[in-house]
Write a protein that binds this ligand. Structure first.
Ligand code: URA
Ligand code: CA
Length: 433
């Protein structure tokens, strides 16, 4: 087989065979096919698209390019949740213990990465002593025993995707639905999921800014999952404003604790119940979505979700007493209030810009080398639609810098107050199966 023929076939709008897709993925991974040929192919895919069969083939070829995590020693249906990424998205911290409390096994492989705040592992490391340096055997034992454990990402998961994503980044071919969908799904499948619940975000703080684009991506991923034998569904949820109140690592751990106690922000609680119901249902632990939801509400009420969180933290070295005393979490030296300059209704809290403000305080990594400050971040006091008086706090800034004027200015530019009443945005737009 010659790569030039594969490029030509896709350039002219034809469907690539399973063998042709396997050929270019293998060749790119082992270095026998050069960057310039693969970039020509990804550009052809960008313009010509891919059929459902090609998308499934590309996904599985990338899955097979590296390690595949074997979770077969864990009892039950392993349901993974994936979010396409947002600002202050605390759902993973809440959902893990929440569904585990109902016996749904949560075998989470997680990463750090760049962004407004740290990844799930960074957030959990705000709990003194917590670590993810456990071997596979211990990981599996912990999931069987406690129904929940988190491990760091294997270095050799989907190397083909790693190379392709970096190449797409510098050849203007990231924004292709088939390529994004296969990239995301390959990582979930290689990590061992039997079933997948996707939280596809939409709005200013999301990868996909419009509902149409978010829907198209959600459908593409759901089809890939189901076509390769993993039951998959997607929820499209709002990310025009940050989710919940807290944006920052320790601050989000505290928010997760509040939510597991039944005292969390309304939107975060609702989204966790929605995603959680689907996870419980796919895991076969509920007869219907309604029943799954009632069971989740029950484990919040009776304290077993919170207890599961404690056991999980302690079993990976963490000081579980932070759950009863969150003042033991890292604390910022200074707090500042962002006071409303006029009375009215909050009309916009532009998620990505507010996230960047949190990153400037040190809550997230701007580059791989950046060091995160786990204590700092933002806590919203108002959300879109809320009434605010002049001088009332819109949010609290938690900082280890004494001068936050630049951050304040940025926040004022991105949090708008108007005189007319504004409705809160719709939280869950659609569910796609
Ligand atoms: N996120 C991914 O993991 N892959 C993409 O291609 C785009 C976003
Ligand atoms: Ca949050």
């Amino acid at each position: 087989m010659r790569m030039v023929d594969v490029i030509e076939k896709k350039r002219d709008g034809h469907e690539l065979s399973t063998e042709e897709i396997q050929f270019f993925v293998d060749g790119y991974t082992d270095g026998s096919i050069p960057d310039y040929q693969v970039s020509a192919l990804t550009m052809a895919i960008f313009f010509q698209g891919m059929t459902e069969k090609e998308r499934a083939d590309l996904t599985m070829a990338m899955v097979k390019s590296g390690d595949q995590i074997d979770l077969s020693a864990i009892e039950g249906v392993k349901v993974d949740k994936h979010s396409t990424g947002g600002v202050g998205d605390t759902t993973t911290l809440v959902l893990g213990p929440l569904v585990a409390a109902l016996g749904v096994p949560v075998a989470k492989m997680s990463g750090r990465g760049l962004g407004h705040t740290g990844g799930t592992i960074d957030k959990l490391e705000a709990v003194e002593g917590f670590h993810v340096e456990i071997d596979n055997e211990e990981f599996i034992n912990l999931v069987n025993k406690n129904k929940i454990a988190v491990i760091g990402q294997s270095g050799n998961l989907t190397p083909a995707d790693k190379k392709l994503y970096s190449l797409r980044d510098v050849t203007a071919t990231v924004d292709s639905i088939p390529l994004i969908a296969s990239s995301i799904m390959s990582k979930k499948i290689a990590a061992g999921a039997d079933a997948i619940v996707l939280d596809v975000k939409t709005g200013a703080g999301a990868f996909m800014k419009t509902l149409d684009d978010s829907r198209e991506l959600a459908k593409a991923m759901v089809r890939i999952g189901n076509n390769v034998g993993r039951r998959t569904m997607a929820v499209i949820s709002d990310m025009s404003q940050p989710l919940g109140y807290a944006i920052g690592n320790a601050l989000e751990v505290k928010e997760a604790i509040d939510t597991l106690k039944g005292e969390g922000p309304e939107d975060l609680t609702e989204l966790c119940l929605t995603l959680g119901s689907h996870m419980v249902f796919l895991a076969g632990k509920g007869e219907s979505l309604g029943e799954a939801r009632s069971k989740l509400e029950e484990v919040i009420k009776n304290g077993s979700a919170l207890e599961t969180f404690k056991v999980f933290l302690a079993s990976q070295g963490g000081d579980a007493s932070v759950v009863d005393d969150p003042s033991k979490l890292p604390q910022a030296k200074y707090t500042f209030e962002l006071e409303a300059k006029e009375a009215g209704y909050v009309s916009e809290i532009i998620a990505d810009e507010v996230g960047t403000a949190a990153m400037l305080l040190g809550a997230g990594r701007a580059t791989k080398e950046s060091v995160i400050d786990l204590a700092v971040g933002l806590v919203l006091r108002k959300k879109i639609g809320d009434k605010v008086e002049k001088g009332e706090s819109l949010l609290t800034i938690y900082s280890n810098f004494e001068d936050v004027n630049e951050v304040k200015e940025m926040l004022y530019e991105n949090i708008k107050v108007t005189s007319e009443h504004v409705d809160a945005p719709i939280l869950v737009h659609e569910e796609i199966t």
